[in-house]
Design a binder for this molecule. Structure first.
Ligand code: SF4
Ligand SMILES: [Zn+2]
Length: 136
């Protein structure tokens, strides 16, 4: 079986803290996918995981907290639909503890963010990445 290539997370729409969070999610999905799913050829993610990662990217883009977002598992809004929410929970639970060795900086950043206080369920208006990037 050919060795799969390493994931190189990239986004045309996210920047700053949102892109760091996207990268964290992407690497977690890579760890999860490698140990649970069958991937096409040398792809880093199976189709199902690629779709979930694209869904997460859109959620990050539209997140009403924008660059100041909490970690999704502590979010009072939780904007995910039930199925992707359940799928992502499995990914996080499995890959979270396995992130420290391959991606220590992102793993520690994530742990620090998880300790932040839970934010107000009514974030300030017009903070989303999508709003800010489309009004330019
Ligand atoms: S609204 Fe909450 S669950 Fe949705 S992306 Fe923002 S922090 Fe995550
Ligand atoms: Zn997968």
């Amino acid at each position: 079986m050919p060795k799969s290539k390493s994931l190189k997370p990239n986004s045309d729409i996210l920047s700053g803290e949102l892109f760091k969070e996207y990268k964290t999610v992407a690497y977690m999905m890579e760890i999860y996918c490698k140990n649970h799913h069958v991937r096409e050829g040398t792809e880093a993610l199976c189709l199902q995981c690629q779709e979930l990662l694209t869904y997460a990217e859109v959620r990050l883009d539209r997140c009403p907290y924008g660059q100041k977002k909490p970690t999704c598992n502590r979010c009072p809004i939780h904007c995910y639909k039930p199925q992707p929410k359940a799928d992502m929970k499995l990914v996080m639970r499995y890959a979270g503890p396995r992130m420290l060795v391959p991606h220590p900086i992102l793993a520690i950043r994530h742990l620090i963010h998880e300790r932040r206080p839970v934010p107000d369920a009514k974030p300030a208006a017009n903070q989303s990445n999508r709003h800010l990037r489309t009004k330019k």
